[in-house]
Design a protein around this ligand. Structure first.
Ligand SMILES: Cc1cc2nc3c(=O)[nH]c(=O)nc-3n(C[C@H](O)[C@H](O)[C@H](O)COP(=O)(O)O)c2cc1C
Length: 338
């Protein structure tokens, strides 16, 4: 024992060393660091996907409070709605959170501005190239993280100044590319020097550990958070995901270049029948107009669009965001031997 140190001080120091060597923080929580946790100022490298309709302020705040990064899905929301969502999130958490901007949204210019005005520090982008907003966001010290589905897009985003990229495989729910998570993530990791976040098909510690083995430094999760206790997703939607089996999803919209993965139902059957018959974009668009909102908010899981990924088959219960994050981190780190 060091001279002059009381026994209590000695015991406290020994516990600190023990926690440090086992990556355990105060309160017994694991310390999980990667370039992403440093970049975003979050405790755990878990990001909740910025999902249209599903990712509103209750969910985003709950994920951030659980130590991950909650995202608000701006989708096609008007700028003032996004502003209100940001302010409501702040009432529920003082932890970092971000906004997902769909670049093809006609309101994208105004939403980009609202993000800066409201002092949001993280943006993820989908459906396009955010180069147009890069200087606006960079000057405001916003971390910009585009979602990519190919190596070429990842390289382009890095050149444009992205701080990290989400490499999203076609197992995911929602809009998808054509490469799988297993093949895309390591190729993107090798192609860029910015940190890579794996997305698509991750819903437990095994998926988390596998992503890190592929070189990712965080994961983005969508389908699993749709059923979180704090998600406002209609109970019918949650139940449909919980009951889904491994092969219950379909991809609609392949014929017009905007493929979307969702759970099979009357809508997908009709959609795929029309696609097979060579229906035009407008006819198909008519079938799905407002259909995600119908499923998420009104619970119409028969005629609405139940966007969800192939991993739905693994999901069998509702949990709080805190339970989801702790389960994934606990199992993931045990498997990684950390
Ligand atoms: C219901 C739903 C809506 C989604 N909406 C968006 C969106 O608006 N913008 C976006 O970038 N990604 C969106 N995604 C993709 C997620 O953000 C996430 O990357 C994806 O769900 C990860 O794959 P997983 O579903 O297998 O976890 C959506 C996914 C789902 C399930």
């Amino acid at each position: 024992m060091a001279v002059g140190k009381s026994r209590l001080e000695y015991i406290k120091a020994a516990h600190r060393m023990e926690r440090k060597s086992r990556n355990i923080g105060k309160g017994g929580r694991l310390i999980v660091k990667s370039r992403i946790t440093e970049l975003l100022g979050i405790e755990y490298p878990i990001i909740q996907g910025g999902m249209a309709w599903v990712a509103e302020y209750h969910l985003a705040a709950a994920v951030s409070n659980a130590g991950g990064l909650g995202l608000l899905g701006a989708a096609s929301a008007p700028p003032e709605v996004v502003r209100e969502q940001i302010r409501k999130t702040r009432e529920l958490t003082n932890k970092p959170f971000g906004v997902n901007v769909m670049l093809m949204n006609p309101n994208a210019d105004e939403v980009a501005q609202v993000i800066v005005e409201e002092g949001v520090k993280v943006v993820t982008t989908g459906a396009g190239n955010p180069a147009k907003y890069m200087s606006l966001w960079k000057e405001a010290n916003v971390r910009v993280i585009p979602v990519v589905a190919s190596v070429a897009m990842a390289k382009l985003m890095q050149r444009a100044g992205a701080d990290a990229v989400v490499a999203e495989g076609m197992e995911s729910g929602g809009h998808i590319g054509s490469a799988t998570t297993m093949t895309l993530v390591p190729q993107v990791v090798d192609a860029v020097s910015v940190p890579v976040i794996a997305a698509g098909g991750i819903a437990d510690g095994r998926g988390f550990a596998a992503s890190f083995m592929l070189g990712a430094e965080a994961v983005q999760i969508g389908t699993l958070f749709c059923v979180a206790a704090e998600a406002i997703t209609h109970d019918n939607y949650k139940e449909r995901i919980i009951k889904a089996k491994d092969i219950d999803s379909e991809v609609t919209g392949m014929s017009h270049g905007h493929p979307i993965r969702c759970i099979r139902n009357s809508m997908t059957k009709e959609y795929l029948r029309l696609e097979k018959e060579g229906a035009g974009f407008e006819e198909l668009e008519h079938l799905t107009l407002g259909s995600l909102r119908k499923a998420v908010m009104e619970g119409d899981v028969v005629n609405g669009t139940v966007m969800a990924g192939q991993i739905a088959g693994l999901i069998n219960k509702t949990q709080t965001c805190e339970e989801i994050v702790q389960d994934i981190i606990g199992e993931g780190y045990r498997l990684l031997g950390r």
